[in-house]
Design a protein around this ligand. Sequence first.
Ligand SMILES: [Mn+2]
Length: 465
Amino acid sequence: MGGSIAFDREVYIKRRNVLKKNFGKGKILLLGNVNSSMNFKDNHYPFKQDSTFLYYFGIDQPGLMAIIDVDKDREIIFGDELSIDDIIWTGPLPTLQSLAEQVGVQKVKSTSTIIKYVGDGIHFLPPYRPEHSILLSRLLGKKLHKVTKRASVKLIMAISQQREIKSEEEIVELNKAVTITNKMHLTVMESARIGMHEHELVGIAEKVARDHNVSLSFPPIMTTQGEVLHNHYYGNTLKPGDLLLFDGGCESISQYAGDITRTYPVDSVFSDRQRALYEIVYDAHQLAESVANPGTKFLDVHNAAAAKIVEGLIDIGLMKGDPEEAIINGAHTMFFQCGLGHMLGLDVHDMENFGEEYIGYTKDIIKRSDFGYKSLRLGKELKEGFVITIEPGIYIIPELIDMRREQRMYLDYINYDELDKWRNFGGIRLEDDFVITSNGAQLLGDDLPRMISEVENIRSKAYSQ
Ligand SMILES: [Mn+2]
């Protein structure tokens, strides 16, 4: 919980005015998050405000709700001022009324009165926390399991079309988030040595975030088993010959997210094999960056990166045949099982709570459900102002190799005998954050080393201290 309000009141007033204009007619209910208990009532998970509430109302406190009445052109924030019982525990805090004024809202009403303002036709977003499902069920008098289905597609579209285009002040904040994130990555890259444990490096990373008084934007992946896509085990010891994959991000104070991945040898230099696969991922990253232009479908950027990976793997003998056919037949998913990237903003997967079919896809560009594409979170055409990640990778998963070989799949494209010699290689991912401009994809933050020579240069520092 940051506490302070990120932007001037005019920013919030303008955001709500844009929403009202785009929405046209009706009444909108936006729910802020509540404290969520960890193991007993008063022991909470760290508070995380709902990003849409934060976007339009800026107040980073639990237990708030808001109504935007488009027809009457007014907003009300619902919440309760602190009682003396609360103040004993929290100390004196700014009043809700004064916070509301800071974001340009005059009317504050107590929580219990909201029922009077909520009727059948009210528009709300799909709930992603059980507390909200229960509240909506109660407010609307509908069965719990029916609440999500009643979420407003009109509201999802209006909000996502606004939030997906990042304004200048948001780009400033995203740059801050990525700058702290890069500092965190550089610190880990300079610290990782043979004999350390993954969890020690998580500690080093978290310290950088704390030093900047910010939180991590998601639980980090710090692993010598990079082929496990979302690995949150931190118990391995770093051994000679290992690759270390660190996928982690910091937030800005204003809670915009950074999301970066680097992979590098635990030794100070890459082995021949590590170098060979790293260069393929690097080339795919460069290519994706160069074709991620406004008007291009991100699905096509994904496929371009996949083609680059296939060409590279053919060059070193792990794949064979015609690269285009290999991709049409899905053979690249032996190595690149996930998506090339996703939207980034206040959420690390921005607005994924609205549903990927609305955020990453359109009526015409529908999400594919086949292996290798079902985890591509973004497929639609890029627009100026989008902020996205680009994160190609090569993941050598022994279980997948064995299964596909047994199924006799991709026999025209995969050199299984050769691949078997690499089965314990691990995984490589390179991820950076970009804003789409009229000149193409522009890197956010300062440049975090990515080239092999630069990475080795930093890695040698880890051993020269
Ligand atoms: Mn990512």
